[in-house]
Design a protein around this ligand. Structure first.
Ligand code: 13P
Length: 258
């Protein structure tokens, strides 16, 4: 499993540790990044939080971050190519991420779908690639604001699950991240009943009891309420994961012990 392996043998759902994951996106240079990770590592070591902790920095920082983590938190990639190697200039394979020390990779983030034209089929191929390399895939789904306004949010997410999650997904190899596109980086979030309803809807569409993370403007002030909702198996945090002092508060808001 992600993290220290404390939850080895645990089943998913209410019994499983929540996962608090940081997606650093295209942010972070070595010296300052390692200082933030040092503060996070120290906090994890001293408080032993009730959740798994994962940081997904840029590919250039994975090896340094993994060395720094010393198993106090896990390190993941933000994307991978579907092939193991080949003539794909600029791309990074799941095997390369693994080789650098990653144990997980985010696939199908809305910024990849939007700016790199990634379809559900491509996302599914990347999730399979992650498994091939022994990585946990964190498969992102989420509706845009016009889709929500038109009343299509649940249908869009169901269809993304059907297209993006390969058969064979298990709690050991896959987590889902529900990230409404309109909530990313905006400071806006769905209401708690809306998050709970969407997570229940996603849960009903999955063939296995996967962790379902919520992502989109998670911050210290709203983390506790979001993480207490049923079917919320953790959080995928963007902006608030860049500063250890903020991210630590989200880790500490995690309230579901094994
Ligand atoms: P923010 O937390 O900055 O809204 O980003 C969410 C996200 O995209 C995480 O993958």
């Amino acid at each position: 499993m992600i993290g220290r392996g404390d939850n080895a043998g645990k089943q998913c759902g209410e019994d499983m540790r929540q996962l608090i994951a940081g997606n650093w996106k295209m942010n972070g240079l070595g010296a300052t990044a390692m200082a933030e990770l040092g503060a996070l590592a120290k906090h994890v070591e001293t408080t032993r939080p009730a959740c798994d902790v994962l940081i997904c920095p840029s590919a250039t920082l994975i090896e340094r971050a993994a060395r720094h983590a010393k198993d106090r938190f896990a390190v993941g990639g933000q994307d991978c190519h579907a092939e193991a190697s080949g003539a794909f200039t600029g791309d990074v394979s799941a095997e390369m991420l693994r080789d650098a020390g990653a144990t997980a990779v985010i696939v199908g983030h809305s910024e990849r779908r939007q700016f790199h034209g990634e379809t559900d089929a491509i996302v599914q191929a990347k999730a399979r690639a992650a498994w091939r390399a022994g990585l946990i895939s964190i498969i992102c789904i989420g509706e845009t604001e016009p889709q929500r306004d038109a009343g299509h949010a649940h249908g869009v997410c169901r269809s993304q699950i059907e297209g993006s999650v390969p058969p064979g997904a298990t709690p050991q190899n896959t987590a889902i991240a529900y990230e409404p596109v309109w909530a990313i980086g905006t400071g806006r979030t769905p209401t708690s009943p809306e998050i709970a309803a969407m997570h229940a809807h996603i849960r009903a569409g999955l063939g296995a009891p996967l962790r379902i993370l919520y992502g989109g403007s998670v911050k210290p002030s709203n983390a506790k309420e979001i993480l207490a909702l049923p079917d919320v198996g953790g959080a995928l945090v963007g902006g608030a994961s860049l500063k250890a002092s903020d991210f630590i508060q989200i880790v500490d808001a995690c309230n579901r012990s094994p």
